[in-house]
Design a protein around this ligand. Structure first.
Ligand code: CO
Ligand code: CO
Ligand code: CO
Length: 319
């Protein structure tokens, strides 16, 4: 969209200028709309699980802006002439379950006949105009918190090749299908400076957007980043999806990695995520308490993974 002219509406609080998760439009002094759209191709074999994961992934961008979803619409591509309609019903059933878990209403949708399955939601949410969180608010001295373990791109690739254990597969599905609702509700009680969610550009890519948008350097301690089970073994076997590989080269000019950080770990930090966790920047002294509260509310792998400093040569430093 780089060639399209930008909007100049004074009520548009978050538009296309930044690489933020959703658009935010002020309706009144104390109410703004959050709007987002996302749809994806299947990442798991089971259609019901795919529906839950795709819906959680779409709803996440509202949570990342500090908002609360109120309505959603299905976006569906399906080969209706050649595939069993029961599969589509299962996808939509999983999606609806997540919309309801989010406390939102499914109000419609649109479908297209397509040889490749795709599913997601267009989501509308609400936020107070003064409580909008963007990825541009991180400040030097902030700690960085990640609320879900990473590695879903690598695990999804391995699932298709039947290379992971049933327990690792179940954990990956559980993590991807989990809403960021609890994380968003908990963080609303803390002085959060910036937030985004970790999806297709991977942890490093989304951290880089936050660093550039905020004018800071983000230093990540690779050993403290929570990983899904079996991810490291799979990368050692060469199981790195193409998207994750291109993420790593795309960000490389801004990333300074210490010599002790392995190439495998750098691949995982760049791994494209589906329905990843929230990446939260807030004053360091409040961070341990936020992590404790998140874990007590069931966001069990939330962790402090680094902190923000004044802008240095590289926007991302990995130790
Ligand atoms: Co996002
Ligand atoms: Co998106
Ligand atoms: Co229509």
């Amino acid at each position: 969209m780089a060639d399209l002219p930008l909007e100049s509406d004074p009520n548009l609080l978050v538009g296309r200028e930044t690489s933020d998760d959703a658009g935010v439009y002020r309706l009144t002094d104390d109410l703004a709309l959050v709007q987002t759209l996302d749809f994806i191709t299947p990442v798991v074999n089971d259609p019901y699980d795919f529906g839950r994961i795709a819906a959680a992934n779409s709803l996440s961008d509202v949570y990342a802006m500090g908002g609360r979803p109120i309505t959603a619409m299905n976006v569906v591509c399906f080969p209706v002439k050649t595939m069993d309609k029961q599969i589509l019903k299962e996808i939509l059933r999983g999606g609806l379950e997540k919309v309801h878990e989010a406390g939102a209403a499914l109000v419609g949708g649109h479908s297209v006949e397509d040889p490749e399955i795709k599913f997601g939601l267009s989501v509308t949410g609400l936020v107070h105009p003064q409580r909008v969180l963007t990825n541009a608010g991180a400040q030097p001295g902030d700690a960085l918190i990640l609320t879900k373990p990473i590695g879903t791109g690598i695990l999804a690739t391995a699932m298709k090749a039947n290379l992971i254990s049933p327990s690792a597969e179940a954990r990956a599905i559980e993590v991807m299908a989990a809403l960021n609702r609890t994380a968003a509700e908990v963080m609303a009680g803390y002085p959060v400076h910036g937030c985004t969610d970790v999806t297709g550009f991977g942890l490093v890519g989304h951290a880089l957007e936050m660093a550039l948008g905020s004018g800071v350097t983000l230093r990540m301690d690779s050993a403290s980043v929570p990983l899904l089970p079996e991810v490291l073994d799979l990368v050692l076997m060469g199981m790195v999806p193409a998207g994750s590989f291109s993420n790593r080269s795309f960000c490389s000019h801004q990333v300074r990695a210490a010599s002790g950080v392995s190439a495998e770990l750098l691949d995982i930090l760049s791994d494209a995520q589906t329905s990843g966790g929230l990446l939260i920047a807030l004053p360091a002294q409040r961070a341990p308490h936020l992590v404790e509260t998140l874990q007590a509310r069931g966001v069990d792998q939330a962790a402090i993974i680094g902190h923000a400093t004044e802008r240095r040569e590289g926007a991302i430093e990995i130790s």
